[in-house]
Design a protein around this ligand. Structure first.
Ligand SMILES: N[C@@H](CCC(=O)N[C@@H](CS)C(=O)NCC(=O)O)C(=O)O
Length: 212
């Protein structure tokens, strides 16, 4: 019985799956793909994910792609430790946050990354607005209840934006440093609970949130 985890360095969606696998302590085999080498277009991987994107898993012959769906599968496969709350309202909020992150935060992030990659002028406005929205919704240490799939969804995206921001002059970062449960505090809380820190297994993603 083995679970293969297909990923490429720098993918926040793959990072989400990695965090979930480590949280649940599910043994897996790393399958590193290279965008530059065209690994995602090769027939072997296309049979795992016809959309040719990472992440994907192959759980003992069962291939699955789309990071959000993978996290739900992992939760069903091995319920403890939990990725989603047992309380239905809290779980509904966690699912809502995941959809919001995938729809809105990701859109602003990808727009920002495209501008940087294509060396176009960066309009940091949508990203700033999105960060402000998440900041104002933060009321505790984590996004909704205990550390959950919602934190594992937003954290890699936020870390990627922060990384771009520290390299670029027009920084779409948080303006709120004073709140006890502000954006930076949440980043720190989630980062401290990142399994890579505990296990030292920080392959391709460093503990500081920077990706190699
Ligand atoms: N909705 C997908 C997004 C996956 C995705 O966009 N992956 C990117 C890397 S961050 C990718 O593989 N891109 C390859 C390509 O588009 O050619 C998920 O959540 O798994």
């Amino acid at each position: 019985m083995s679970l293969d985890f297909y990923y490429a360095s720098g993918s926040p969606y793959a990072w989400r799956v990695w965090l979930a696998l480590m949280h649940k302590r599910i043994p897996f085999a790393w399958k590193l793909l290279s965008f530059d080498a065209g690994d995602l277009e090769k027939p072997g991987f296309r049979s795992i994910n016809p959309r040719q994107k990472v992440p994907a898993i192959d759980d003992d012959g069962f291939p699955l792609y789309e990071s959000a769906a993978i996290l739900e599968y992992l939760e069903d496969k091995q319920p403890e430790p939990r990725l989603f709350s047992t309380d239905i309202k809290e779980r509904a909020n966690q699912r809502r946050l995941i959809r919001e992150a995938d729809a809105y935060f990701a859109e602003a992030m990808e727009h920002l990354l495209d501008s940087v990659t294509e060396k176009k002028p960066v309009d940091a406005g949508p990203m700033r607005e999105e960060i402000a929205r998440w900041e104002s919704a933060l009321a505790g240490d984590f996004l909704a209840g205990a550390l959950s799939a919602a934190d594992f969804t937003l954290y890699p995206m936020a870390a990627l934006v922060e990384r771009v921001a520290t390299r670029k002059p027009s920084r779409p970062t948080s303006s709120r440093h004073d709140s006890p449960h502000g954006w930076r505090e949440w980043r720190r809380s989630t980062s401290c609970r990142k399994p890579g820190r505990r296990t030292g297994n920080s392959r391709h993603w460093s503990d500081t949130g920077a990706m190699t």
